[in-house]
Design a binder for this molecule. Structure first.
Ligand code: CU
Length: 402
């Protein structure tokens, strides 16, 4: 748990992309409208500066019909576009799915914690979970001696399922706001009133919940966690009397990399080379050159082997620099030798060959299944890592690379 807004790098709910689009449409139209007023204003202030231009030199313009129509119609049209995106994306957020096809969870926000109450399960047990975030311990000098922890305050939901939150705060409390950045979803939680918000999570994972309405001293610690589980795991937990799904609490990429011991051989957040390459960037120039020169047949893609010597000399150097740079910048013409198999964008053509830019789940699947022996050394195989964990790791690594 960090103190920063986690989650804007993923879109983990059905409506997240719509909301984000509405935001950017708003943003850019606002910039255009702002500049269309302020830029001419500054220009005219400079051009008609009293030191340069005398009043009597300026022609007395009473009106300009064409200009007036234009500056009425164009901004109106732009604001209608803004309205359209704002309205349609809000409609999605505000239209609740049928309760019969949803899980309805009661959410209570109070100073300073979130609490959740589920409907009764098959055995009549009602899960009531939640509680305060354990604040980090900080010494006199402001150094963190012990990190804060979440305890059992997470909200557990199954993936690809409608969830309706019925939210309220105690009458003697204050207004809070339930905010899940990864879902682009936020709704006020008001004392003595019930507000509703729904979502349908599209990605298994853990996401931060934050209070987005300043509510007093510990507002900044009014954290919780939203844990999206595969349906089976959710059902197993829901029908038990346990407060947390056993052993499944940490499913995030970073936790998985720790658990499987990847971090013993790989640094993840820095470029430091341990036994294996840092997983922050996909390929170094030397690695690519090595493969171009020697070819490779270790990962077990259906396509088979990558032939050696497809490029040589400065061509090979140029290609290697381009690939190691994440295929950004100008594409060397010689890269055409690679696109037939790796795709124009180098992303492996939907899993036919290795993604040269990032760590997609297909590549990780091949690396885990076969291990990898290359220029740097030998990586053991991890055939037991299940698919959902592979995609969680892939997603995590892809976001770090950005
Ligand atoms: Cu609050």
């Amino acid at each position: 748990m960090s103190n920063s807004l986690q989650g804007f790098d993923v879109r983990a709910a059905t409506f997240a992309a719509d909301v984000e689009q509405a935001f950017w449409v708003n943003f850019w139209i606002s910039i255009v409208l702002f500049l269309s007023v302020v830029a001419p204003m500054i220009y005219f202030a400079w051009k008609y500066n009293a030191n340069k231009v005398k009043n009597e030199d300026v022609e007395n313009v009473t009106h300009n019909t064409a200009l007036e129509i234009a500056w009425t119609l164009i901004p109106t049209a732009m604001l209608m576009v803004l309205f359209y995106y704002g309205y349609t994306s809000m409609q999605v957020l505000r239209t609740m799915p049928a309760e019969s096809e949803s899980i309805v969870v009661k959410v209570e926000g109070l100073k300073w914690q979130w609490r959740y109450e589920y409907p009764a399960n098959a055995n009549g047990h009602i899960h009531k979970i939640g509680g305060a975030f354990q604040k980090p311990k900080i010494d006199d000098k402001g150094k963190v001696i012990e990190k804060g922890t979440m305890g059992i305050t997470a909200l557990y939901v199954p993936v690809n399922t409608n969830v309706i939150l019925e939210m309220s705060a105690p009458k003697n409390d204050v207004i809070h706001s339930f905010f899940v950045p990864a879902f682009r979803m936020k709704e006020d939680v008001v004392p003595g009133r019930t507000t509703k918000q729904w979502f349908n999570a599209t990605e298994v994972g853990e996401y931060d919940i934050e209070c987005a309405e300043y509510c007093g001293t510990d507002h900044s610690y009014m954290y919780s966690r939203l844990v999206v589980l595969p349906q089976k795991e959710y059902d197993a937990w829901f029908n038990s009397a346990e407060d947390t799904p056993k052993g499944n609490f940490t499913k995030t990429g970073d936790a998985l990399l720790q658990r499987h011991g990847c971090t013993q051989c790989h640094s993840i957040l820095t470029d430091e080379m341990k036994i294996g390459p840092s997983l922050k960037t996909r390929l170094s120039k030397e690695q690519v050159l090595h493969v171009i020169e020697k070819g490779q047949n270790k990962l077990g893609y259906d396509m088979g082997a990558m032939p050696a010597g497809l490029a040589t000399g400065t061509d090979a150097q140029e290609i290697a620099a381009y690939v190691a740079g994440g295929l950004k910048g100008e594409k060397p013409a010689s890269f055409a030798a690679c696109t037939a198999c790796h795709g124009e964008d180098g992303r492996g053509m939907g899993g036919l060959s290795p993604d040269l830019v990032g760590y997609d789940a297909t590549l990780l699947g091949h690396v885990f299944k076969n291990g990898k022996e290359g220029m740097i050394g030998r990586m053991p195989a991890f055939p037991e890592i299940p698919e959902d964990e592979i995609s969680a790791i892939a997603k995590y690594l892809e976001n770090i690379g950005k």
